[in-house]
Design a protein around this ligand. Structure first.
Ligand SMILES: [Fe+2]
Length: 254
């Protein structure tokens, strides 16, 4: 999958005439090349219909955000250039303006719970499809050099604060997005121009970018999410070339 995405970046950079740092690709194109991802995406969207109540969840989440002055500040800064030091500190140890913020985890029901400014979907602490698919389907994903990670719901007013993911696994991140009628944004800082780009999500498109480690701060793609609608996302970690062998060694791939 890593080299497939390399090609998508080359293709878009070639057609725009500049180096693209984040690309949007129709999900249908990716799923026609990798049918297992189409199966996964359809099942995910079906699952999102279960236990979801947009009206109630929008009110609950906004109440949580509005009574927390730190979350309110993070949301107000979501579309503009962030104080990188302040947000990096928060990513490192959850401390913000000198105060340690415990993760807000408020359950809505048995599948959705609030995680700071958005909802995360888990069953027995596992996200889809880990709790649902059998081993052979999971292996098919790993054989492609990818893992599905993170099922999120961003109702109107939801956000993910500025961050880099620099302390996690490096490699491409790909997010399949389903949105309602309003607008939602993947904001990022172009590492060359150091300017914020407010990239509007497109329904049934994947947002793809690269997560670098702390040894590559000059290339880092700072990013954040803001939603004015109902935005569901399914994320994938793409293993850089060569990592698959490490997984075999560590026993993750049989
Ligand atoms: Fe991220």
């Amino acid at each position: 999958m890593n080299s497939y995405i390399d090609k998508l970046f080359l293709e878009q950079s070639k057609s725009s005439g500049k180096t693209e740092h984040v690309i949007q690709v129709p999900i249908s194109r990716i799923t026609s090349d990798f049918p297992i991802l189409g199966k996964l995406w359809n099942e995910y969207k079906g699952m999102c219909n279960y236990g979801t109540n947009p009206t109630e969840q929008t009110i609950l989440l906004n109440n949580v955000i509005n009574r927390n002055k730190y979350f309110t500040e993070m949301r107000s800064e979501i579309m503009g250039y962030p104080d990188k030091r302040r947000y990096d500190q928060f990513e490192v140890d959850c401390s913000y303006r000198g105060k340690t913020l415990p993760k807000t985890r408020e359950p809505y029901n048995d599948v959705w719970r609030i995680l700071n400014g958005k909802y995360i979907h888990t069953v027995n602490d596992k996200s889809f499809p880990d709790y649902y698919w059998d081993k052979s389907q999971m292996k098919e994903m790993l054989d492609l050099g990818m893992e599905a990670r993170g099922n999120f719901y961003y109702p109107k007013g939801a956000f993910r604060e500025w961050h880099t993911n620099a302390y996690h696994v490096n490699g491409y991140r790909m997010y399949f997005i389903a949105t309602g009628k309003g607008d939602s944004y993947f904001n990022y800082i172009n590492p060359e121009s150091n300017q914020v780009v407010n990239l509007k999500d497109a329904n049934e498109y994947a947002n793809i970018f690269y997560v670098y480690g702390t040894d590559n701060w000059d290339k880092m793609i700072w990013h954040s999410i803001y939603s004015n609608t109902d935005r569901f996302s399914l994320g994938f970690n793409i293993h850089p070339e060569g990592l698959k062998n490490n997984l075999v060694v560590s026993g993750k791939v049989k």
